[in-house]
Design a protein around this ligand. Structure first.
Ligand SMILES: [Zn+2]
Length: 342
């Protein structure tokens, strides 16, 4: 029977319930671990984040959160396990890597595709390593990422794609690890790149070259600056589109403006028959490993989106456009369950 692999063990897929497919229990760039202004206490953070997650479960019925934080932006296996224990929310952890501009440490840039693939598989089957120590907590999804930090499109890299050489190796390794285990892949693409290319298709090209199943690939950040035909092209290839930044006005003037755009695009996709290709999430930072807020380190909306915004604001907005309870259940429950199970 297909299961979903959470940090606290495998659960029957039917138990996943309402699932958010792309969140960050702790988000932290490489290097912050030796910043004097970024010393933190596991118990305090676990209590704070656990309380927020418990509220999401009891008030809004959220049963599963996919923590799509790869190790190079602060994945902390013990914190994930502890917040799951304290909240009663199932947490699916990620193996994999972030984009080259912000992640993939030098050590890993020198590794072969096969070496990386083996590491991903061991994270998924044996347990994740933290601070040179094997933990008992296994990952349940693979993260891949492409693109720069904006505001300009990412320069063209290997094979004519907006993908760096280390990203290319990670994507190939992810496909091989997926083929071996059957687990899902969650991705980060750079929204600005949709103005000049379809970075989702560029990533899918590599994944499929290596034998990955596009139906198990959730493409992230595709709704921020897309042409509708780009979304349609991804659906026709069989990929899953992740509606993220609900309530978080990334590269837009207000949450209302972006939410309205998301809602219109979702309804158009449903009209084309793609209801089974859509999942929802915030991309919220429940805790953020960072120093003081400065011009170089500005505050990010990802830390502030209200926990219930999806249900209190976005779902009513969708309902006004005819997106009903049955569609909502498909997107929040049926699709994540099918994609995450292996
Ligand atoms: Zn994210």
């Amino acid at each position: 029977m297909a299961v979903i692999r959470t940090v606290l063990g495998d659960i029957p897929a039917a138990e996943a319930g309402i699932a958010l497919t792309h969140e960050h229990i702790r988000y932290a760039y490489q290097g912050c671990e030796f910043d004097h202004r970024n010393v933190w206490d596991l118990d305090t953070v676990a209590e704070e984040v656990g309380r927020a997650m418990r509220m999401m479960r009891t008030e809004y019925g959220i049963r599963t959160i996919v923590d799509l934080t790869p190790p190079d932006i602060g994945r902390h296996p013990e914190l994930l396990a502890e917040t799951s224990r304290r909240s009663g929310v199932h947490v699916v952890a990620a193996t994999g890597f972030y984009a080259e501009g912000m992640g993939i440490g030098f050590y890993w840039r020198r590794k072969s595709v096969d070496y990386i693939a083996e590491t991903l598989v061991r994270d998924l089957t044996e347990g994740m390593v933290y601070d040179n120590r094997l933990t008992p907590y296994r990952a349940g999804i693979i993260k891949t990422a492409t693109g720069g930090m904006g505001p300009h499109p990412t320069p063209i890299g290997v094979n004519g794609r907006r993908i760096g050489p280390a990203e290319d190796r990670v994507i190939r390794a992810a496909a091989r690890a997926q083929r071996q285990t059957g687990c899902a892949i969650g991705t980060h693409t750079q929204p600005v790149d949709y103005k000049v290319a379809n970075p989702g298709i560029e990533m899918l090209d590599i994944l499929e070259e290596e034998g990955a199943d596009p139906g198990k690939v959730m493409m992230g950040h595709v709704f921020i600056f897309p042409e509708f035909e780009q979304l349609d092209a991804l659906c026709r290839r069989g990929a899953v589109l992740q509606v993220d930044h609900v309530g978080i006005p990334w590269m837009h003037d207000s949450a209302e403006e972006l939410d309205e755009q998301l809602a219109i695009l979702v309804c158009r996709l449903v009209d084309r028959g793609y209801i089974d290709r859509i999942v929802f999430s915030y991309d919220r930072f429940f805790s953020h490993g960072r120093g003081p807020i400065t011009a170089e380190e500005p505050d990010q909306e990802n830390t502030r989106v209200p926990l219930g915004w999806l249900f209190d604001s976005f779902v009513p907005r969708l309902a006004k456009k005819g997106f009903g309870k049955a569609e909502l259940d498909t997107v929040l429950i049926d699709n994540p369950r099918r994609i995450l199970a292996f």
